[in-house]
Ligand binder design. Structure first.
Ligand code: SF4
Length: 545
């Protein structure tokens, strides 16, 4: 996309929302993540490392997906393959998934071929995404919320279908949402669809929860070491538990240890994964630190989903990708999931000679995970008694994505400053800001409980609903505050789920999404009291009184 324009954006300064206008010239346009240039939009190249050509190809792919959705949004009965094309196409365009033009071009061709099988109507020509980016501010904002929410939900649908779980109503909604992005709709119609997307995403997260626990068992609390043992090892990043399981099976008995990275941490808590003795520990911290943590690492790294960053020369010979993740010149493991090249690289590099000590960002050398709904609800009586007896005064859900900006230290400070009679539930990679802290226990329960990956927001919702039933009140009346950090599109879909459930008073940061126009933001603030974070001190005072 080439051209010029004027973008309005809402900026968060000192806890206040200020509206700014900026002129720009552009060779691309993308404003889907928190890192977006100047808080308004990447127009020359992506701050994430995505090049203009790649961004434009992703727009083209999205236009083809809208066209495919139009073709099947009717009486057509699509196949599972058709839905997989849509789900994977949407997932590919999420932040930090694909940097590879060739792979995106291939997906464009597959999408076109699939559409041609279904319809040859000229009405189904590809949608031109420039129409969306140049639409009126409010409509562009609402449609972007739908598109980015769909991209986030597609990640969850992808991981679920890998484990054999698909749902026709969820798949149909992908088509409905994509069609809406390419259609003329009123703001009211789009707002209704946004709330529907939130509800469908809850169903999608439930589907993935069923797929994960049905395949690997109910997570159990597990202490994970940050240290790396001597000898060959492989680091596996991303969210795909199926890839991890296959890798563990293929490395069994080969003298190679496997370490999780970033969002893969919660894998240690699943019985069917933790039973592999060579699943040893966790390497490093959250995704945004990978470029310095992977520097000269004596081991290969396998990326199974987002979040990949541009690869640096000091480790570019040891990066492997699989599934929708792709990066030019890196070895890609195809659908046969033969990880032999990764295994051979691990043996060639040999790992560290001695125990390699690593820590979390606060200096702790162990991380606890595995407090998903099954575990927390199994001790529900204990939790309820602790609340009734006054031992637990408040719950915080502090979670979401991590990112590079220094103001994300807010979340570390916030957690450190929470009173001793409060519990912190957490999930997703934002937890790396504080998951190596030991904040003690309340009645045998750790004060910080990691519920898992971002999709395990489903667990948090189940726990909140169970507590509200136990105390015979609404979720909004519970002594519970959500303090969220967002970065990419999965966080968007989760936020929409929370809003669709009517959850109010959510604190959000570190900055507001550039794609939420001032009018839309005001509507969300009015209806849900969506509150930008300010300082830990001020926010804690406001929450706890
Ligand atoms: Fe910019 Fe984020 Fe889009 Fe990358 S994903 S191009 S950083 S807005």
């Amino acid at each position: 996309m080439k051209g010029a324009g004027l973008l309005k954006r809402s900026v968060l300064t000192g806890g206040k929302i200020i509206e700014k206008k900026e002129r720009f010239t552009m060779s691309m346009f993308c404003f889907q993540c928190e890192e977006t240039a100047k808080g308004s939009g990447c127009t020359v190249s992506g701050v994430c490392g995505k090049k203009a050509d790649t961004s434009n190809l992703q727009d083209k792919l999205t236009g083809e997906l809208i066209s495919l959705a139009r073709a099947i949004d009717g009486d057509t009965i699509p196949t599972d393959f058709t839905y997989k094309v849509i789900i994977d196409g949407l997932f590919t365009t999420a932040t930090n998934v694909s940097f590879n033009d060739k792979a995106i071009l291939w997906q464009i061709e597959v999408t076109k071929e699939e559409k041609a099988q279904i319809s040859s109507s000229p009405e189904n020509d590809a949608y031109d995404m420039e129409k969306l980016w140049m639409d009126s501010e409010d409509i562009r904002s609402l449609k972007s919320l739908i598109l980015f929410g769909l991209r986030g939900m597609a990640a969850y649908a992808h991981h679920a279908y890998i484990l054999g779980q698909m749902d026709e109503s969820i798949n149909r909604f992908f088509c409905k949402g994509l069609c809406a992005v390419g259609a003329t709709k009123s703001a009211e119609e789009l707002l209704a669809l946004i709330m529907e997307l939130g509800s469908v995403n809850l169903k999608c997260m439930e589907l993935l929860d069923k797929a994960n626990t049905g395949t690997y068992g109910t997570p159990v609390p597990t202490k994970v070491s940050c240290n790396i043992e001597p000898g060959p090892f492989i680091v596996i990043s991303g969210h795909d538990l199926h890839d991890l399981k296959l890798l563990l099976e293929q490395t069994e008995g080969k003298g190679i240890n496997v370490y999780t990275h970033s969002e893969m941490l919660s894998a240690h808590s699943y019985p069917e994964l933790k039973k592999h003795a060579h699943l040893k520990g966790n390497f490093g911290t959250a995704w945004q630190n990978q470029q310095h943590e992977f520097k000269n690492i004596p081991a290969p790294i396998l990326f199974t989903s987002n979040c990949m960053m541009p690869v640096k020369p000091d480790y570019d010979d040891r990066i492997f990708t699989t599934s929708v993740v792709s990066y030019p010149e890196m070895v890609h493991i195809g659908d046969n999931k033969d990880f032999t090249p990764v295994i051979n690289k691990a043996l060639e590099l040999g790992g560290y000679q001695e125990l390699h000590k690593m820590t979390g960002i606060n200096g702790g050398d162990t991380l606890m995970t595995g407090f998903a709904q099954g575990t927390v609800l199994s001790v529900a009586d204990k939790v309820i008694d602790a609340v009734k007896g006054g031992a637990i005064k408040h719950f915080f859900l502090v979670g979401g994505c991590d990112g590079a900006k220094p103001d994300r230290n807010y979340y570390t400070e916030f957690v450190k400053q929470t009173p001793k009679d409060t519990i912190i539930l957490t999930l997703a990679c934002g937890k790396y800001r504080f998951n190596d802290l030991d904040l003690g226990e309340i009645g045998g329960l750790p004060r910080i409980m990691d519920m898992g990956q971002c999709n395990d927001a489903y667990s948090a919702i189940k726990v909140a609903i169970a507590l509200s039933e136990a105390f015979n009140c609404s979720v909004n009346e519970l002594p519970l505050t959500l303090v969220l950090s967002w970065y990419e599109q999965k966080a968007v879909s989760i936020l929409l789920t929370l809003l669709s459930l009517g959850i109010k008073d959510i604190y959000i940061g570190p900055s507001l999404p550039a794609f939420i126009a001032p009018n839309i933001l005001n509507a969300l603030v009015d209806k849900f009291n969506l509150t930008p974070i300010s300082t830990p001190e001020a926010d804690l005072k406001k929450i706890l009184g």
